[in-house]
Design a protein around this ligand. Structure first.
Ligand code: V47
Length: 373
């Protein structure tokens, strides 16, 4: 009997061995990752990624009602891919006081926000107490909110500012109200890339160490990869494998978010923006390689709502959230709106044939919008 058409296409695309491994639930190798990135058959790739996506999350597609606050863009790292960071005192540089940050939270007390997502630059002067006070004061203003704050790069810097070990700083930040850690600052772990684009930044292995330390203390985190600049396919696969290895050790990562590079207003302005195919590929390959990550997020702010919606059929099961006042993508030329309402996100999800699920930061289900409630 001949094989079903989709299966024929997968074999024709040279993905037959990988298909069999995926069917068996076997782990994919570095070479498999490279083969997947190099395939031109996006439908076969998507079919494989969707098998894993549905095995792990069925038809559910998650989103969260959240608020983003970028407390300061003052940064000593000045990475070549970033349009957000500014040197202290230079035009456009800003730093919010703790009172101003709390004011932002208080402005939206009447909305059912579940998470505040806080990221900033590597500020050379803010004291350790600023970060601790920020968390405590936000919790005072809105005790029920989950604070997802400070990338692993910021955590290492905050610890240094306080003259503490990463472990001690994390314990104190947790006591002050830190709920979990966002996935930023990972970029691409390759030393070659970091040397060229962000030599001042925390090295890749140190980023992983901070994440693993957090996990051991019961603080969960996310992970990202910034793609679409000067990285090779091999460097992407090695990045994914380093995350997979760390996840084998701790199990503390919740989700992986491939971040599409936005070149405008950066030192890499000559690099072309990512294509839709490239965006979808990064979602799909991540879903297939990161077999121990529960969730893959299509961050609509960077992908645009339409590609993010499509990604729900190619491996992604999360769209992030309602996000207000996002700065990192928009300063780099991002043209998406600053926020989507929960109704708009639910529409994007249900018109993709998936079931919208409002979640909290830790992926506890808040509401399933399956038409029954
Ligand atoms: O670390 C910087 C990236 C990250 C650019 O954890 C850029 O759920 C594109 O990590 N073009 C911060 N990207 C954002 C981030 C994030 C966002 C949403 C959700 C989560 C999560 C994490 O943005 C930085 C850097 O990798 N970035 N400049 C740029 N020009």
């Amino acid at each position: 009997m001949s094989k079903p058409l989709m299966e024929q296409a997968i074999y024709k695309a040279g993905l037959g061995d990988i298909f069999e491994k995926v069917l068996d639930g076997q782990r994919l190798s570095r070479e498999d990752g490279i083969t997947l990135y190099n395939t031109k058959d996006i439908c076969s790739l998507g079919f494989l990624a969707n098998m894993v996506r549905e095995r792990k999350n069925g038809d559910y597609a998650f989103y969260i009602y959240n608020q983003h606050i970028n407390y300061s863009n003052v940064c000593t790292n000045l990475c070549k891919f970033c349009a957000f960071g500014k040197e202290d005192g230079k035009p456009g540089a800003y730093c919010m006081t703790v009172e101003e940050i709390v004011e932002k939270v208080k402005e939206r007390l009447d909305e059912p926000i579940k998470e505040v997502h806080i990221v900033g630059g590597i500020h050379p002067e803010l004291p350790y107490s600023y970060y601790i006070d920020m968390l405590k004061e936000i919790k005072k203003a809105r005790p029920d909110i989950h604070i997802q704050a400070f990338t692993c790069v910021e955590i290492a810097h905050i610890a240094k500012m306080g003259g503490k070990s990463v472990e001690d700083a994390l314990m104190e930040l947790k006591d002050a109200g830190l709920g979990s850690i966002p996935g930023g600052g990972a970029e691409v772990f390759s030393q070659r890339i970091r040397q060229k684009l962000c030599p001042e930044k925390l090295p890749g292995d140190a980023w992983i160490e901070v994440a693993k330390t957090a996990h051991r203390l019961g603080i969960r985190s996310n992970a990202t990869m910034l793609y679409g600049h000067i990285e090779t396919v091999e460097e992407r696969v090695e990045h994914l494998m380093a995350l997979r290895q760390a996840q084998d050790e701790t199990g503390g990562f919740m989700c992986f978010i491939p971040l599409a590079f936005h070149p405008k207003n950066t030192e890499l302005e000559d690099v072309a923006p990512t294509s839709g195919i490239e965006d979808i590929k990064n979602i799909a390959v991540a879903r297939l390689m990161l077999d121990n990550f529960p969730h893959i997020k299509a961050y609509w702010v960077m992908l645009g709502p339409k590609i993010a919606q499509l990604a729900l059929g190619f491996g992604a099961d999360d769209m992030d959230g309602t996000v207000l006042e996002e700065k990192i993508t928009h300063m780099a030329g991002g043209e998406t709106s600053q926020a989507l309402s929960n109704r708009e996100i639910e529409y994007l999800i249900s018109s993709a044939g998936r079931i919208p699920v409002e979640r909290d930061t830790l992926y506890n289900v808040i509401r399933i919008a399956d038409g029954k409630n």
